[in-house]
Write a protein that binds this ligand. Structure first.
Ligand code: BDR
Ligand code: CA
Length: 312
């Protein structure tokens, strides 16, 4: 049976790879819709980018629903330093011809879940604002969720502050609502996603694979290489969010361990930090499956194989 999937995202070059991976395998995923949120770039850009991507993939059957314009309580923070002002600097896709759906992402998520006879997986690769609001507005959706697979948090420090990963830091209150919901969840944090990086050779393969998808992905990933090299000492640019699609397609390439996870939504130095712990505790005994290893070479090969399936 196909996995019914909603992709909640803030594209973002690595979100873009996740979307293109998921749209490449219609035999495996029934993508019910793509919902956007402000994160890597303002919502106007993440909306436009999602539309461009479904057009690039020739999958305009998959509808895009615009979501929250800002985090629950905090002022928006964008990641132009890594993705450029547009969220996908380095790409050159035409202006979209299609438009957003009129329904808000949060309402789309709620109505789709409530009316789905089969449970739905939520792929969450941006700040968790839409998902938290959906859970608050209609808690009844919980029983329709197969699992939430998200990129966020970390077991070994942050990338936007020493303590916090970007998606959690942008909307720590939403992350807290979702992470403490008790729903089945897989957390894929920086401790794993920083291992999935580009190299010159990989970008070259994408660039020369002979299709527009490959060229666009190479362009947008090349944009962030310098940032990740200089700031994090990585070999190339990390393709964080692609881990979500890779995990669903090839779970054997990851290992997870059960950890207690809390999101700090009240601290200053530690705002948005994910506090992870392997021991049971008396208070806040909230367990999640947390990714702790990845076979990154195989995951990158999977990305390349899937991008190659696109025909111009
Ligand atoms: C996360 O932050 C964003 O910049 C990326 O798209 C990814 O979802 C990594 O911290
Ligand atoms: Ca993202």
């Amino acid at each position: 049976m196909k996995r019914r999937l909603i992709i909640d995202c803030d594209p973002g070059a690595d979100d873009a790879v996740l979307i293109l991976m998921a749209l490449a395998v219609p035999q495996t995923f029934d993508v019910l819709g793509i919902t956007t949120v402000a994160g890597n770039a303002p919502i106007e850009w993440t909306n436009k980018n999602a539309l461009k991507l479904v057009e690039l993939a020739k999958r305009t059957d998959v509808k895009v629903f615009g979501g929250c314009r800002r985090p629950m309580l905090r002022k928006p923070i964008y990641a132009a330093y890594a993705h450029g002002e547009t969220g996908i600097d380095g790409s050159s896709m035409p202006e979209p011809k299609t438009s957003l759906q009129s329904r808000h992402a949060v309402d789309f998520i709620i109505e789709t879940l409530l009316h789905s006879s089969q449970k739905v997986t939520l792929s969450v690769s941006g700040p968790m604002t839409n998902i938290a609001l959906a859970l608050i507005k209609e808690p009844g959706i919980a029983e329709h969720i197969e699992e939430i697979i998200f990129m966020g948090g970390s077991t070994n420090g942050g990338n936007i502050t020493p303590a916090a990963e970007f998606n959690f830091y942008v909307d720590p209150h939403a992350a807290h609502v979702v992470v403490s919901s008790g729903l089945p969840m897989k957390m894929i944090g920086l401790n794993v996603t920083h291992q999935l990086v580009t190299s010159e050779h990989r970008l070259e393969i994408l660039q020369r694979m002979g299709n527009e998808v490959g060229r666009q992905v190479a362009g947008m990933l090349a944009h962030g290489v310098e940032h990740d090299r200089v700031r994090f000492g990585l070999e190339g640019r990390s393709v964080h969010d692609a881990c979500i699609a890779a995990y669903m397609l090839r779970p054997e390439l990851f290992t997870f361990k059960k950890m207690r996870v809390l999101v700090d939504h009240a601290g200053e130095a530690t705002m948005g930090a994910s506090i992870t712990n392997e021991y049971p505790a008396h208070i806040n005994d909230q367990w999640l499956s947390v990714a702790d290893s990845i076979q990154a070479d195989q995951v990158f090969d999977l990305i390349i194989d899937l991008m190659r399936t696109y025909k111009d």
